[in-house]
Design a protein around this ligand. Sequence first.
Ligand SMILES: [Zn+2]
Length: 242
Amino acid sequence: MRRRKGAAPTPAEITQAQDSLERRIRAHLAKGRVQVTLTDNRYTMISVRRISKEKRYEVRLHHMFADADPVITRALARYVAENDADASRVLGDFIDANSDHVRGRARRTPAQVIFTAGEHYDLRQIYDELNARYFDNRIEAAITWGARTGRPRRRNSIKMGSYSVEDRLIRIHRSLDRAFVPRFFVAWIVFHEMLHQVHDIRVKNGRREFHSKEFLADEAQYADYDQARYWERQHLDALLTY
Ligand SMILES: [Zn+2]
């Protein structure tokens, strides 16, 4: 949205900017409806929720996208509808180039692109369900799939999930966004990372203790805990080949 110097946009101006951006993205979509919400979020620049049954996309975009040109709106359409890797690179570059629009962010810090919708799993959905069921909706974090990698290879280890305290950001490895990985397993990894917001990292005998006794006890409360651990043992090779 165009801003007058020093003046915050009015609600009517925001609605107008959202409608305009919706139209410009839809122009590049073969099918499906798109609903745009512009945000001022410091960490989440793009977040997509796909409602497949209704062929509808809910897209939350940082307001830096309000005046995006057709190259960017086309990349948005391709990212939203097809999870297209080239499109996500174009969007990443755009975000980096416009990071000075992000309030409170140091100019050179690259902005975080949040990709919640994977090819098989929507992390937002899993996170919301877990937050309601286990945490009384008290967890406040962003969640994203990690970066894509190149050609598949057998790895010695994979960090399946991580939680950044500073950014309040949960990152889940793309290896888990595959058809053979059951949903209860993805949810277990997400659940584990959410617990890191509840349990502070303590120092014990001069070492940081990431998973205290209390943490592990809480982790075992997960409904499919045994099943998830068993599945991981059975499929570790497949998980590590990504
Ligand atoms: Zn952990």
